[in-house]
Ligand binder design. Sequence first.
Ligand SMILES: C[S@@+](CC[C@H](N)C(=O)[O-])C[C@H]1O[C@@H](n2cnc3c(N)ncnc32)[C@H](O)[C@@H]1O
Length: 328
Amino acid sequence: MEQQSRDSLDEDVDYRSAWSLASTHTDLVYEYGRRFPNYRYGSQPFARGDELASRNERVLHLLMLHLYDNKLYTAPIEDLRNVLDVRCGMHGLWARNMADLFPEAQVTGFDQFIPDTEGRENLSFILQSYNDSWILDEITEVHGKLDFVYARGLMAGSQNYPEFYKQCFEHLKPGGYLEETEVVPYCSCDDGVYREDSAVRAVCNLRPALERAMGRDYNLATNMKRLIEEAGFVEVQERIDKVPWSPWPNPATDLKGHESGRIFQRYYESGIQGWILQPCIRHMNMTADQVNDMCEKAINELAQLDEHWYSPCITITARKPFSNTNQT
Ligand SMILES: C[S@@+](CC[C@H](N)C(=O)[O-])C[C@H]1O[C@@H](n2cnc3c(N)ncnc32)[C@H](O)[C@@H]1O
């Protein structure tokens, strides 16, 4: 297993190179058998750029489409001209779908690891970290300020979420919408159907120590409404769905819950090791073998289908006021 360790952030990166069309797909650091983007190395702890991460991102997109009845967004938007997908992922799936749906709009995605194919005319991708000052001049000069900012799966990526929402606010035009979807990264159970010695829960229980060690909030989901309100957004709406972690047993009475559980289980299987491997090795003094063993046990346990774990999936939509006085 090839390993490489680098401990410092790459502070010398020229952020103005964000518009470079160079592919990020070859610029990877191999660690513990997984790949991590070299761009702003160390600033995000999740494996990216390999087949498993690719599968995980595709399954997440499928899960969200299923949960939201094939809708790409819930905000009451119309007449889109300039759309931004923050942390668009290595495939930019949401951004691609939006560019198809709104051929008149310009859709831009940015990520620390961007798709290696050039987009179509109304779609572009930027290599940039959402923790830096966003460089959007080239799109805003042509298309004006943003009218829709979309974000999904941001947890654990930042140590300063208020700054992220401030940037969303600043780059949106008055009346523009922000929408964000986050899954609570902890397993809940309402009916007590789980094992006392659950391996799934043991993995979840690593979270508080990881958060402390990394100085990061894994549970953005339950804080984002407050943070979005504090950033000055109005008409803040919250939607909460339950996502089972494995298919719940009654497809006849709850087909949606059954199917979303089936998809989530695939999401967990393809994701869990890449989410916790580097943080546990670096911050919990665990070995790769110990982490892999924990993940394997949790994945196998979920596959038994004898527990009723679920997570709330939370979506917030919010509007930037038309005036400074927060009026509509
Ligand atoms: C869970 S994936 C979500 C992908 C996509 N939003 C979706 O829902 O399909 C998280 C993405 O955030 C990116 N990422 C993590 N930290 C980042 C940062 N500081 N700036 C930009 N992108 C980041 C990762 O490269 C990864 O593609």
